[in-house]
Design a protein around this ligand. Structure first.
Ligand code: CTP
Ligand code: MG
Length: 179
């Protein structure tokens, strides 16, 4: 399998996990998930984690997995991309935003304000969350699709895509900070 195919499959597998963060930026706002509650003087999660962003983001990720399934048989003629079983279509987006929220929880415990950049954590929270939850709930599917090289591609591509999309969101005025 060539580099181009490995990269294409890595992006395909991760799209339902990447999209929720971007959609959350677009639709987020309103009631925070932590309801404004604090823990040890700091917010539990902060105003950056809202119900609208979470539900909209997960919904969008599920829709993306469904769309990829529709195109899978066509795409397969170029690259050996997998289709998403229902469980994976649910766990990739849900895990991504759970990972993002776990990172916010950790950042608040460390006294970092909403929007503070924590390199590596900001980029990999969604990967750990999405692949972690999928490994628990849809392990058979994940073991079948995630070859070591595809995992390497995911680990290399995610920070690049994260930095690029956040910079674009910042330039478009959708995000207050470019990370
Ligand atoms: N967002 C949301 N709900 C989520 C995740 C994100 O509403 N579950 C929206 C919020 O408007 C948030 C924006 O997307 O401000 C950017 O997300 P992110 O960078 O993850 O949040 P931060 O504002 O940086 O907050 P934190 O420091 O907690 O990561
Ligand atoms: Mg942030």
């Amino acid at each position: 399998m060539g580099v181009v195919e490995v990269v294409a499959i890595a992006i395909w597998i991760m799209l339902p996990a990447y999209i929720p963060n971007n959609v959350a930026v677009l639709v987020g706002g309103g009631r925070p998930v932590d309801g404004g509650r604090t823990l040890g003087g700091s917010r539990v999660l902060g105003d950056g984690k809202t119900w609208r962003g979470t539900i909209g983001g997960i919904g969008a990720g599920i829709v993306v997995a469904g769309l990829l399934n529709l195109f899978q048989s066509t795409a397969e003629t170029w690259f050996a991309v997998p289709s998403f079983p229902v469980l994976a279509a649910l766990t990739l987006p849900t895990g991504a935003l759970l990972g993002d929220m776990a990172a916010s929880f950790a950042k608040r415990r460390l006294g970092r304000e909403r929007g503070a950049a924590v390199p590596l954590v900001d980029q990999y929270d969604l990967v750990v969350g999405a692949l972690g939850l999928t490994a628990i709930v849809a392990s058979g599917w994940l073991i079948g699709v995630l070859t070591p090289w595809i995992l390497v591609a995911i680990l290399l591509l995610t920070p690049i895509l994260h930095v690029t999309t956040n910079a674009i969101a910042y330039l478009l005025g959708l995000k207050d900070v470019p990370w």
